[in-house]
Design a protein around this ligand. Sequence first.
Ligand SMILES: NC(=O)c1ccc[n+]([C@@H]2O[C@H](COP(=O)([O-])OP(=O)(O)OC[C@H]3O[C@@H](n4cnc5c(N)ncnc54)[C@H](O)[C@@H]3O)[C@@H](O)[C@H]2O)c1
Length: 330
Amino acid sequence: MRILATGGAGYIGTHVVLDLLEAGHDVVVVDDFSTGERQALARAQEIAGQTCEIVASDIADGAVLREALQGVDAVIHFAAYKRVGESMERPEHYFRNNLGGMATLLSAMVDSGVDRIVYSSSAAVYGTQEVLPIPEAAAGRPDSPYGLTKLQGEQMLEWMADRRGWSATSLRYFNPVGAHASGHIGEPVANGANLFPRVLDAYADARKALTVFGTDYDTPDGTCLRDYIHVCDLSQGHLKALELTEPGHRAFNVGTGRPHSVREILDGFERHTGRRVPHTDGPRRAGDVPAAAADPSRFHQATGFEATRDLDEMVTSAWRWFTQNTNGYR
Ligand SMILES: NC(=O)c1ccc[n+]([C@@H]2O[C@H](COP(=O)([O-])OP(=O)(O)OC[C@H]3O[C@@H](n4cnc5c(N)ncnc54)[C@H](O)[C@@H]3O)[C@@H](O)[C@H]2O)c1
């Protein structure tokens, strides 16, 4: 198949582009490199031993998209801003890029006759939920502008499926972590405000010791529980999702269903490195939910997908990437 990957130079996109190339697909990436890295794509192509086309552009440019969509069978739409905290400070920035950019993409797809899309959604569409693990049927209650953009992106696809007969699959990622087994591609520390990059940052510079926000939650060790999924498992999930060709919109959780606490993650790094993660315990942070975990069964039933990599592999691969690339892709 010929696949257009918007945002294919980002953390998750690079891993998926690599897997697509290895599976024999033709790939064209449209990326404005606002957070993505040319070097990451270069390395993905080198590992795969195959090349992809790269179009350096904002997805807001419909003419460029129409050109890039020539001969394309399906789109995987990663391009978006993803920082929850930043979206609280600058919501309009997120509305413009995540919703405005996506609306332009959908129009260009209509103009080009492309009717299949896999969309990077997020567990952020759920906000705070009482029932764990979270089923897809749980009402969307995003508690950030970022989460709202992800939910509204899904709703746009629901209407495109309903009105234009598209085949659309929204993947609600939980917490993607880790790196490719080669250690050559991974998440640049500067890119993420998430726990794994913060742990690595603290190792790099003890002055950036991380704070464990809340140690008195009603969880086994008092720290927050999250559903971490290895980025290489998540990547394989995209290849499975591409096989779903029936008209209609479907949304799936992509997680493991086996949450880990912040303390377990720190212990995992300490076991692997033999060094303490520089950190201090702090008070709870406003807006954090005590626990989040996916019910991943629906995606498994629909595609046979199963995440196989465990916490040790998440930690080991993240550490390998970090120690081989102390300055990220620079
Ligand atoms: N990483 C996570 O924790 C996580 C969790 C849930 C969902 N997601 C979603 O997955 C997708 C990919 O996330 P990621 O972690 O790889 O992020 P990332 O920032 O590494 O990648 C995003 C990519 O999109 C590009 N981009 C952004 N706006 C663009 C625009 N207007 N035009 C063209 N390119 C643009 C960036 O340059 C970058 O290459 C995003 O949609 C994000 O919301 C990520």
